[in-house]
Design a protein around this ligand. Structure first.
Ligand code: NAG
Ligand code: NAG
Ligand code: NAG
Ligand code: NAG
Length: 602
């Protein structure tokens, strides 16, 4: 953890008095605050049962609070906050953690609830959790309660007594990272897992392979990475078994599950470097010479699909699944399954022949492939996850233990078809969107003057004043070249209602959601700014819910000062999160609001 330059500068500039406001992220389900300042002496200790994950978390968080000595950046609402209620208090000498079930495994549905109690006059605080995983979440919350005196010498809890009762709304709180389009060094993945734990996210969905590279080095079938991984400046960009173990154990220690995805049958062009014989339409330009989208071989540059009619394909697929499931202890395994294209398969005459002989369409081929793959996954006693396409586009039907990850629809279709769902709609939670196109030689950017609006469209716009923004020619205030533009701002990310359109009972089939970072235009140089603090916005929706307990929608206005402060706190913890506003806005509360602030009306 490096104290960044920006944070250091702020630490010097901050003026007394101590900020009596506490900014928690994600927001706990219930908090009661006092108004007393409780000193934390140097001898402060956190006690807890001898569970290795808990003990290492205690060591981490004890280090963190003394390193961080946090001073809020966001100005409090009241200009001169009452820093202390003036009543006599005993310093906080210790925090005691109790765990009811020390053996609970980190898995979907594990109890992550906790109570955190810091009394004003008892010398000691307490954390009560059902499981060690709940205790980890509680320690994170505790770290956010702790602030440093401006002289940077001592620590205190700003608003004691504090009582927090907390539990997540969703059990599957994920972040997906694509390491195929571009590679990320292991240390960047570990830092991402740290940041996930700070945000109480608990599933790292690792989209390991795709058409562009195959970076995981498997012992039973090393050729895939030996030939299919990127080589840059003479260095092979691979993840070895040792790397994978490190990532899995590091994540486990922080209460984060790692779910691997080896995408198939589409998105497998990289397999062809070693096994061209089991793929179709590889080494082709992804469009046909006419450039027609309808006749494409792949949805983006980098074609290739596994050939579904060859026994050898399944031999290799089985080897891959057997080894990958053994490397990742989690009970979930992601099969991929997105964007299969018939055109890629029919590029191979033997596939067409097979189709004619067996009277089988493209959906039939896909079904045949996926059923075999699910068999391999079930044989390893894992639960398969699959992108929704095969069900919601191809209308296939699978055993209902299959989890659908939705990305083009609301969860409604998949839930009503009887599946459990992970929600990742690209209109809200794709973090790569809005960065401009990446295709070569797209000449449409070169436009010096705004094009004239066609008269028929102008007429409609004149008739409907509320349509003012619905006509926007490309790159003249328009789309900007990437398929899922515009950029999903943190407010947009924060607005995703995972249970939209579902009854309360149906909503129980939404296990949670994942923000996704596809890496066409991302590698370790942009990782933190693309992920944070926007993934924090998703983390609060996943932990705290879109609605409060009394049915009131969680408010971007309420979230703004907290996420503002949280971003600086992430910086102080070594995560290079991007700014959400000018610093001035945090130092001039409400002055940057979009409408006249209610707080100023009195
Ligand atoms: C905690 O557990 C570890 C491993 O089970 C053991 O080696 C260690 O001695 C224990 N520590 C205490 C203080 O009991
Ligand atoms: C999808 O499949 C179901 C049954 O398997 C069928 O009732 C339905 O009509 C199909 N829908 C489409 C759009 O093909
Ligand atoms: C770029 O695209 C333009 C317009 O389609 C075409 O005329 C030109 O030849 C292309 N340039 C190259 C270098 O391929
Ligand atoms: C080229 O970029 C424009 C935006 O400038 C975009 O609308 C268009 O779809 C792109 N063309 C292709 C073929 O991707």
């Amino acid at each position: 953890m490096k104290l960044s330059l920006i944070t250091a500068a702020i630490a010097v500039l901050v003026v007394v008095p101590a900020n009596a406001e506490v900014y928690l992220w994600p927001k706990p389900q219930s908090v009661t605050w006092g108004n007393g300042q409780l000193e934390i002496p140097k001898t402060f200790k956190i006690h807890g049962p001898n569970i290795s994950e808990l003990q290492s978390a205690i060591t981490r968080y004890t280090k963190l609070i003394w390193h961080e000595k946090w001073t809020p950046v966001q100005e409090p609402l009241e200009k001169s906050p009452k820093a202390d209620d003036g009543k006599p208090k005993k310093p906080l000498h210790s925090l005691t953690v109790t765990v009811a079930d020390p053996h609970a495994k980190l898995a979907l549905g594990v109890d992550e609830s906790y109570s955190l109690n810091i009394p004003a006059n008892a010398n000691a605080g307490s954390i009560q959790a059902k499981t060690v995983w709940g205790a980890l979440r509680a320690l994170e919350t505790f770290s956010q309660l702790v602030q440093g005196h401006v002289d940077k010498k001592g620590l205190f809890v700003a608003r004691a007594p504090v009582t927090i009762e907390d539990a997540p709304v969703y059990s599957h709180r994920g972040l997906m990272l694509d390491t195929s389009r571009n590679y990320y060094p292991v240390e960047d993945i570990l830092r991402t897992i740290d940041a996930m734990a700070y945000n109480k996210l608990n599933v790292f969905h690792w989209h390991i392979t795709d058409s562009h590279s195959f970076p995981i080095l498997l012992e039973t079938i090393p050729e895939l990475a030996q030939k299919g991984a990127y080589v840059l400046h003479g260095k092979k960009l691979v993840y070895t078994k040792k790397d994978v173990n490190l990532i899995v154990n590091y994540a486990h220690d922080r209460g984060v599950r790692v779910v691997p995805e080896i995408d198939m049958p589409a998105h497998t062009g990289s397999w062809a470097a070693a096994y061209k014989d089991i793929t179709t339409c590889t080494e082709r330009f992804y469009l046909d010479p006419s450039g027609s989208w309808k006749n494409r071989y792949a949805n983006e540059a980098g074609s290739g699909q596994l050939n579904p009619i060859l026994p050898r394909t399944y031999e290799i697929v089985k080897k891959v699944i057997d080894e990958v499931t053994s490397l990742f202890p989690d009970s979930f395994y992601h099969v991929g399954g997105d964007e299969p294209l018939l055109k890629c398969w029919t590029d191979s005459p033997s596939v067409v022949e097979y189709q004619d002989k067996h009277k089988i369409g493209s959906d039939g081929l896909l079904n045949m492939f996926l059923q075999k793959v699910f068999g391999f996954v079930h044989a390893q006693k894992k639960t398969p996850i699959i992108w929704e396409d095969a069900v919601t586009t191809s209308n296939l039907s699978f055993s209902k233990d299959t989890i659908l990850q939705i990305w083009t629809n609301t969860p409604e279709k998949a839930v009503k078809a009887g599946y459990k769902v992970i929600a990742s709609n690209y209109n809200f939670w794709y973090l790569d969107c809005g960065h401009g196109g990446w295709n070569g030689n797209n000449t449409s950017y070169d436009q010096q003057e705004a094009p004239v609006t066609p008269p028929a469209i102008q007429k409609l716009l004149d008739q409907h004043s509320d349509w003012a923004n619905s006509w926007a020619p490309s790159n003249w205030g328009g789309a900007g070249g990437d398929w899922c533009t515009p950029f999903k701002s943190w407010q947009r990310v924060y607005s995703y209602d995972l249970a939209y359109g579902l009854s309360k009972e149906e909503a129980t089939n939404v296990l949670g959601g994942e923000v996704c970072l596809w890496s066409e235009q991302s590698d370790e140089t942009t990782l933190d700014t693309k992920l944070w603090p926007r993934s924090s916005a998703a983390a609060e929706i996943l932990w705290s819910g879109r609605y409060d307990a009394d049915g009131v929608k969680r408010d971007i206005g309420d979230a703004m000062p907290r996420i503002f402060d949280w971003r600086y706190r992430l910086l102080a913890r070594g995560i290079r999160a991007e700014p959400v506003q000018p610093l001035w806005c945090g130092q001039h509360r409400h002055m940057c609001d979009i409408s006249y602030p209610a707080a100023f009306a009195k």
